[in-house]
Design a protein around this ligand. Structure first.
Ligand code: PLP
Length: 397
């Protein structure tokens, strides 16, 4: 690479705090080597730990068999995929979604990057809450946008509406909300989302242009205890709802998701055109043909949410008995406990020495906490519990 290329790449990595910290973490923690060591329990990222469900594999295999000469032609958003996605979205978020409201993307990453670029111009500000998903800042930076971060309230990890209001400036163009939240597991209540909508309406009027909401909802089907998820799109029409199938199907390497624009949004035609154009200009940000053909069948599948809830319950009650402070997540597949000592990195190193890999809160710009991922098997979770017991003993003695 010549100097220009190197500097652009390193500007991205250096500029986006979680990006940089993740790279440093990979370099310094030995994570990449340790995660495959025998006896090491990997509770870090939302990757599968078991063989994929046979119905998923069969759906993909079936979709590889061409039905016509255009089966593997260039694809934008395939109508049957859009229709299947709209139908299921109507069940999750009770608005009158149709295929026309949706565009298929390369997972949540693709949806968020296109959503940002569709509504914001370089130099505009994008507000999001800490702890965030790692890539908001990287995607914002790559789009030429400026990340503005507002810490969540403690200990509820709800949105800090006063903080969001104070962070809004004449350059604000986007606010990102993620419910159910990674990493806190919070589902934001309807009252909070209604108040946020009112805040954004008032602020848009004050600054003289529309503030858009990006509702990042890849976990909107992974909710526990029969909870009802409310989407920000129900409260604020100027919302771009971003979804990924990588979580529900526990297949994040298969890149498919969508952007949905609420029915009845004024000016939606122009926005959809912008999205279509950006998906092409961004480097053909459409899921590949096989995934789109398979989607109507994939829509019928899901990871086992009751089994995930059982893992959550086991882990929460065991950790609490051991003296950890941890809230019960209402959705997602993460736990977000408080570190028993203020230095979350030191604590996660103690855990790593005992062969349990988790992510320190510092990587989420929220020191004092850490993240456990529950996509590991129940057996792995059981094996980790004596090590969590030893870690809190070592760290606090
Ligand atoms: N948003 C959140 C909150 C996430 O946790 C993730 C993945 O971890 C994404 C977006 C991106 O999803 P995908 O990798 O399926 O595109």
């Amino acid at each position: 690479m010549d100097d220009m290329q190197v500097s652009r790449r390193s500007a991205l990595i250096q500029g986006a705090a979680p990006f940089r910290m993740l790279f440093e973490y990979f370099d310094t923690s030995g994570y990449q080597e340790r995660r495959h060591e025998p006896g090491v329990l990997d509770l870090t990222f939302g990757d599968p730990h078991e063989m994929q469900m046979p119905a998923y594999v069969e759906a993909l295999q079936d979709a590889t068999v061409p039905r016509d000469e255009l089966w593997f032609a260039y694809k934008q958003s395939e109508r049957p995929a859009q229709e299947a996605a709209a139908e299921s979205l109507r069940r999750v978020v009770p608005l009158d979604w149709t295929a026309d409201n949706l565009r298929m993307t390369t997972g949540g990453f693709g949806a968020i990057t296109v959503a940002m670029k569709a509504v914001a111009d370089p130099g505009d500000e994008v507000v999001f809450t800490l702890p965030p998903w790692f890539l908001y800042e990287g995607l914002a930076l790559e789009a030429g946008l400026v990340a503005v971060k507002v810490p969540a309230l403690r200990p509820s990890f709800d949105l800090d509406l006063d903080g969001i209001s104070a962070a809004i400036t004449p350059r604000t163009r986007v606010v990102i909300v993620n419910t159910p939240n990674n990493p806190s597991g919070r589902i934001y209540p309807a009252s909070l989302l209604a108040a946020l909508a009112e805040l954004l309406e008032d602020a848009s009027r004050r600054i003289g242009h529309r503030i858009w909401l990006i509702s990042d909802e890849p976990y909107n089907r992974i909710v526990f205890d029969g909870a009802t998820l409310r989407s920000p799109a129900e409260f604020y029409p100027w919302t771009l709802l971003c979804y990924s199938y990588g979580k529900t199907l526990l297949a994040p390497g298969q890149r498919i998701g969508y952007i949905a624009v609420p029915p009845g949004l004024p000016g939606a035609e122009v926005l959809m055109e912008a999205i279509d154009t950006l998906q092409i200009a961004g480097g053909w940000l459409f899921p590949n043909a096989v995934l789109q053909h398979a989607l109507p069948r994939l829509e019928e599948l899901s990871l086992d949410v009751p089994a995930l809830q059982a893992k959550r319950d086991r882990m929460v009650s065991a950790l609490r008995e051991l003296g950890y402070r941890v809230a019960v997540p209402e959705g997602t597949f993460y736990l977000w406990p408080e570190s028993p000592v203020p230095d979350d990195e030191a604590f996660t190193r103690v855990l790593a020495d005992l062969g349990v890999l988790v992510l320190p809160g510092r990587l989420f710009e929220t020191p004092g906490w850490f993240r456990i991922c529950l996509t590991a098997t129940m057996e792995t979770i059981e094996q980790s519990l004596p090590r969590f017991a030893e870690a809190i003993r070592r760290a606090t003695s």
